[in-house]
Design a binder for this molecule. Structure first.
Ligand code: AMP
Length: 266
């Protein structure tokens, strides 16, 4: 990467409903290529072609960029999505999330977490003890932005993921997003699965466990998905946390460890 960094973000919608989004942090030589890729992605989305695409580009102040390694990664194999959900709940509990809070967040994602019953654009913020939803706007949610891999880290990560048969943009982007979420003050865990009907995998991420991929968290063909960030702490600074997640630039300069796959505990 040469010279100053730019944050580039894409939001696409169709019939006023959120369709697709993407966020990168790149130098000026890569900006046009990334803008073209984002446009293509919005036009070729599994839920249909976008009718509104917004791309914003902002210069990032270099002294605000946080450099971190990606979280460790592992996969827990599950026979079906119900077992996947049980596995996710157990991982959340181990990360310090109260079971009712984990269960209600999981049910919210499964049923469409936006007040309209559809998918949110961003993530729910969930109190890990009470299960209360803390995001100021439950249609939009919290949109994590301004994070990326350095080109070197991307090369290394792709080689490792390739060996596991997992070198896909969804996996790389989710790892980067979860890395930023886990670095946020007060976050104890994240639960995610995609809204792409052809992509049933998801993950739980937590500081100790790292990024734990679960190959099935929903039935194939289901177009609901979402994210929940679980937070706890007596003196939680909610505006500070939201500002970190949405605005603080974070670059990952190396992959984390790759642990061997495991089978779910029965
Ligand atoms: P995806 O993995 O892109 O299919 O996204 C799954 C869900 O995660 C979406 O429906 C959103 O609710 C949420 N989401 C996607 N991108 C972000 C983001 N950058 N920040 C927070 N939540 C997101």
């Amino acid at each position: 990467m040469k010279g100053p960094l730019f944050s580039i973000r894409m939001r696409a919608s169709r019939d006023d409903a959120h369709l697709s989004g993407a966020e990168r942090l790149v130098d000026v030589s890569t900006l046009e290529k990334v803008a073209a890729e984002m446009t293509r992605r919005a036009l070729q989305h599994a839920h249909g072609q976008a009718d509104c695409i917004r791309i914003s580009i902002d210069l990032v102040s270099p002294d605000t960029v946080l450099i971190l390694p990606l979280p460790a990664m592992t996969t827990i194999r599950v026979p079906d999505f119900r077992s996947g959900r049980t596995t996710a709940l157990n991982l959340l509990k181990a990360a310090g999330v109260a079971m009712p809070a984990a269960e209600s967040a999981l049910a919210a994602i499964a049923g469409g977490a936006s007040p309209s019953g559809g998918n949110m654009r961003g993530a729910m913020l969930v109190d890990a003890v009470t299960g209360e939803r803390l995001e100021p706007d439950s249609r939009r949610g919290i949109r994590v932005s301004r994070m990326d891999l350095t080109p070197e880290a991307e090369r290394e990560l792709r080689l490792e993921l390739e060996k596991l048969g997992l070198d896909r943009p969804q996996v790389r982007e989710a790892l980067v997003l979860s890395g930023k979420v886990l670095a946020a003050p007060g976050v104890v865990a994240e639960l995610c699965w995609s809204d792409d009907p052809d992509y049933p995998a998801g993950y739980v991420a937590a500081p100790q466990a790292g990024y734990v991929r679960i190959p099935a968290l929903k039935p194939l063909g289901d177009n609901r998905g979402g994210r929940a960030f679980f937070v706890r702490g007596n003196r939680l600074d909610l505006p500070g946390l939201i500002n970190f997640l949405e605005c603080r630039p974070v670059l990952f300069d190396r992959p984390g460890r790759f642990h061997p796959d495991r089978d779910m505990e029965r």
